[in-house]
Write a protein that binds this ligand. Structure first.
Ligand code: LLP
Length: 444
């Protein structure tokens, strides 16, 4: 597929800063990602479609590897997982963070080395633990006191399992209340403040078949500043020093979780990864030197920042409605493929693609096709005034926590995922069909 690229001057300086780096303008209002026209993707694979720029995913993995040369970077699979994604992450040398038997088994059966996987979860099911032990997962992160005896029993007296402990450091950070996990008022982890973490650690150290390799914390998601990580790290190092003093044990690993924030719209802040790496390292070395502690190996678990900016959602407009002062542009997807605006009030920047636009801009609200008024994808955005059914809308920064949180609402079916790279497109995940729904529906 060849694409003719238009100059910036010919098209106006529209801001593509949150789009994948490979994005190019095409004649007549088109856009290409990974060398593939998005309008052609829509024609060939139908809509809604999620386009994943493989080069962007790999580039982001490399950015992490370069920024954190002395750390283990684990991709958080919950942001988006498919076999191709597993391969990408493995080939780029990252580890993996999973939180269910499903994510774990998909990764391992797609060839991911189990020893490079960390299993999380505040409520691990018997199947999660059985799968983790059967497949030989690298580390299990203990999230609550009741897990200690459970995991020890499942491992058995002759067995051996590396574990970490999820500590709540008492730091509040994150883009929305629902994704803040660093304080004691939420369900994850063991508290540093009330001594729950310290108590759990003594019990784990008393279980010979469990090898405590280190501490873990994940303070929240969509964090755009370095400071909360530094505060958390200081407290974690303090706890590591106390563990050394109390138990004579020097833990070799410290996992600072993920949560690295990205821009969803031009001009929004994103976490500066280079600054994060530099300042985390400095703080770690300073804290360890002060406590005369051997510097632990750092682990981080980014999900969103690896895959979010690599994805673009492509919808077709089904209806345009004007009610009083408001214009509604309804597309063929919605909250079933992207629940994030409804859940966290996230704002996106959709854009018309596939035709030149002659009309001036008009404020419109992009809504989905689902049966509720809260099914809004982007409220009050600027779109061409002549937008009409049949037009294509593309929404950048769609790679994380959209498809992975997609639902079967209204039996619309989850969209296809199409990988683009070097001018060619290939289907990664096919569209969910009525037959898929029917095949699960086994009663009458
Ligand atoms: N590690 C742990 C233990 C986590 O719980 C998470 C995310 C991550 C790493 C990765 O965080 P990230 O780098 O992707 O921010 N559905 C929400 C985000 C929920 C995040 C849950 N845990 C959203 O759409 O914003």
């Amino acid at each position: 597929m060849t694409v003719t690229v238009l100059s910036e001057v010919a098209t106006g300086a529209e801001d593509l800063s949150v789009w994948p780096a490979s994005t190019q303008r095409l004649p007549h209002g088109g856009l290409a990602v990974g060398g593939v026209s998005l309008a052609e993707v829509a024609d060939r694979f139908e809509t809604p479609a999620y386009v994943l720029d493989e080069g962007e995913v790999r580039g982001r993995c490399r950015t992490y590897q370069d920024a954190f040369p002395a750390a283990d970077v684990l991709y958080a699979a919950k942001a988006f997982l498919s076999r191709a994604m597993v391969r990408c992450v493995r080939e780029e040398g990252l580890g993996l963070d999973v939180c269910s038997a499903g994510e774990l088994e998909l990764a391992v059966t797609a060839g991911f080395p189990p020893e490079r996987i960390v299993l999380h979860g505040n409520a691990k099911s018997p199947r999660d633990l059985e799968t983790a032990l059967r497949l030989g997962v690298g580390r299990i992160v203990i999230d609550g006191p009741s897990e200690i005896a459970r995991i020890a029993a499942a491992v058995g007296p002759e067995g051996h399992q590396k574990v970490m402990v999820r500590v709540v450091p008492g730091v509040s950070a994150g883009g929305h209340d629902k994704i803040r996990t660093g304080t004691d008022d939420q369900k994850f982890g063991l508290s540093l403040t009330d001594g729950g973490a310290q108590h759990a650690i003594s019990r784990i150290l008393g279980q010979p078949q469990l090898e405590l390799t280190g501490l873990h914390c994940h303070i929240g998601s969509q964090i755009t500043e370095v400071k909360p990580y530094l505060v958390a790290l200081r407290r974690m190092v303090g706890l590591m020093a106390r563990i050394r003093d109390t138990h004579g044990v020097v833990l070799p690993e410290l996992d600072m979780g993920g949560g690295h924030g990205i821009a969803y719209r031009p001009g929004e802040p994103a976490l500066d990864l280079t600054a994060l790496s530099r300042r985390l390292r400095a703080e770690l070395h300073k804290g360890c030197a002060a406590a005369r502690l051997t510097v632990p190996r750092l682990l981080i678990e980014p999900g969103r920042a690896v895959v979010g900016p690599a994805g673009v959602a492509v919808y077709r407009v089904l209806a345009v409605k004007h009610t009083g002062e408001k214009a509604f542009v309804a597309v063929d997807g919605g909250m079933s493929d992207n629940p994030r605006p409804a859940l966290y009030g996230v704002r996106y920047a959709p854009r018309l693609i596939g035709r030149a636009c002659t009309a001036g801009p008009r404020t419109a609200t992009v809504v989905g096709r689902h049966c509720e008024a809260g099914d809004v994808l982007a409220a009050d955005v600027e779109l061409p005034g002549d937008i009409h059914p049949g037009d294509l809308l593309a929404v950048p920064v769609a790679g994380a926590y959209q498809l992975s949180m997609a639902s079967g609402y209204n039996l619309v079916g989850r969209p296809a995922v199409v990988a683009v790279h070097g001018g060619s497109a290939r289907l990664l995940v096919r569209r969910e069909t009525l037959d898929d729904f029917r095949s699960r529906d086994v009663g009458d």
